[in-house]
Design a protein around this ligand. Structure first.
Ligand code: PMP
Ligand code: GLU
Length: 388
């Protein structure tokens, strides 16, 4: 007998996570795997953040906090929003959750009714459509074009709209595309969303990882009206190399914030108490560490761009944010899952099949790994492409 609920039975495991664990398992067996799977900074969490959490443990910070997170942390997040994003949120509008993944799910749960449509530009981060399906919503996937920088155009957005549309998910800087929307592009999208009265979920987890002279814009900062339609999501995983700490946050107009707060009070309660003290130290401490990590990612990005551009039969565009390359493998004519399986078995290079991001003719490389791995990995990838 199968006891599994229908909407869970239909879920596939997260491919980003499963490829990474597959690569780790092979490494453990002594196989010389070069992993470009994980979208996870390879740096250690900076020492002063670790110290703050350790100190909190010694100080007995081992009990529950407010369900939406420590007031002191929410105050620090509110201060960050004001300084970095020009956004004014009260601590009561902020909810600290168990990773930005959890923040996304809370936001979707709070807003989307069964039967509501949610517009998701593809290539998308693998978990968005599954989260929408889990709450009974209908993901409406809109293919974007590589020649448009993998960004949703206003026309594509309008065409995807229906009377059932409740939300659009925007992710800039984007995973897996590395694309960064300009202010003008965001304004056009925001105008349509406001005109149709739909909610914008703005996932800004890669905010600190923008390159060249690009600037991250929080869509909610565009106007009071956009603010009233937007749930802003951010977290600590990517900017501070804190993936395992499981800390993300939502900031939303009052009514939505209350709903997220209530929802969290019945599900997870607060995220881990002593981890929250580490997060306060992250926000209040020296931000140079964030810039230093970004600079290191940028060196890898530039190196890898040069290598990928030199490989025949694949197409890349320069990613301007996050830490991914989405490589178009269409000329090779192999499905992305088969391609990645072969790449792993023959060349011992782990990458994520584009099908996980709604982009069948692509594969994703994360460059959150050392230059030595990137160099050797690109040698192997070049050899593989030459043979296919
Ligand atoms: N959004 C995007 C676009 C991501 O790539 C990730 C990475 N996992 C998340 C959210 C979730 O981040 P976290 O590790 O904080 O849950
Ligand atoms: N966001 C990262 C990735 O896309 C981590 C894995 C996940 O949470 O999906 O690889």
């Amino acid at each position: 007998m199968d006891f599994i609920a229908q909407n869970v039975a239909e879920l596939a495991p997260s491919m980003t996570l499963s490829i990474t664990s597959q690569a780790k398992a092979l490494k453990k067996q002594g196989v010389d795997v070069l992993s470009f799977g994980a979208g996870e900074p390879d740096f250690n969490t900076p020492a002063h953040i670790v110290e703050a959490a350790v100190q909190a443990l010694h100080d007995g910070q081992t009990r529950y906090t407010e369900s939406s997170g420590l007031l002191e942390l929410r105050e620090a997040i509110a201060a960050k929003f004001l300084v970095d994003n020009g956004l004014q949120y009260e601590p009561s509008q902020i909810s600290v959750n168990c990773g930005a993944k959890h923040s996304c799910y809370n936001a979707i749960l709070a807003v989307v009714n069964p039967g509501d449509e949610v517009i998701i530009p593809a290539p998308y981060w693998t978990s968005y459509p599954e989260m929408v399906r889990l709450v009974g919503g209908i993901p409406v996937i809109v293919d974007t074009k590589q020649e448009n920088g993998w960004k949703l155009t206003p026309e594509e957005f309008e065409d995807a709209m229906s009377p059932l549309t409740k939300m659009i998910i925007l992710n800039s800087p984007g995973n897996p595309t590395g694309s960064v929307y300009t202010k003008e592009e965001m304004e056009k999208i925001a105008d349509i969303a406001i005109g149709e009265g739909i909610v914008i979920l703005s996932d800004e987890i890669y905010e600190k990882l923008v390159y060249v002279d690009n600037k991250h814009i929080s869509i909610a900062s565009l106007s009071k009206e956009v603010y009233e339609h937007t749930i802003t999501i951010n977290g600590f995983s990517k900017a501070y190399a804190m993936t395992g700490w499981r800390l993300g946050y939502t900031a939303a107009p009052k009514r939505i914030a209350e709903a997220i707060d209530t929802l969290q009070s019945h599900t997870t309660s607060n995220p881990t108490t002593f981890a929250q003290f580490g997060a306060i130290a992250a926000l209040r401490g020296d931000q140079q560490i964030v810039a230093d990590m970004r600079d290191e990612f940028d060196v890898r990005r530039q190196y890898m761009l040069g290598r990928l551009q030199g490989i025949k039969n694949v197409k890349v565009i320069e990613p301007l944010g996050a830490f991914y390359f989405l490589v178009n493998i269409e000329p090779i004519g192999i499905k992305s899952v088969n391609f990645c399986e072969k790449l792993l078995s023959k060349q011992k290079v782990a990458a994520v099949p584009g099908v996980a991001f709604g982009a069948e003719h692509t594969i994703r490389f994360s460059y959150a790994t050392g230059l030595d791995v990137i160099n050797a990995g690109m040698d192997r990838f070049e050899e593989f492409c030459a043979q296919h």
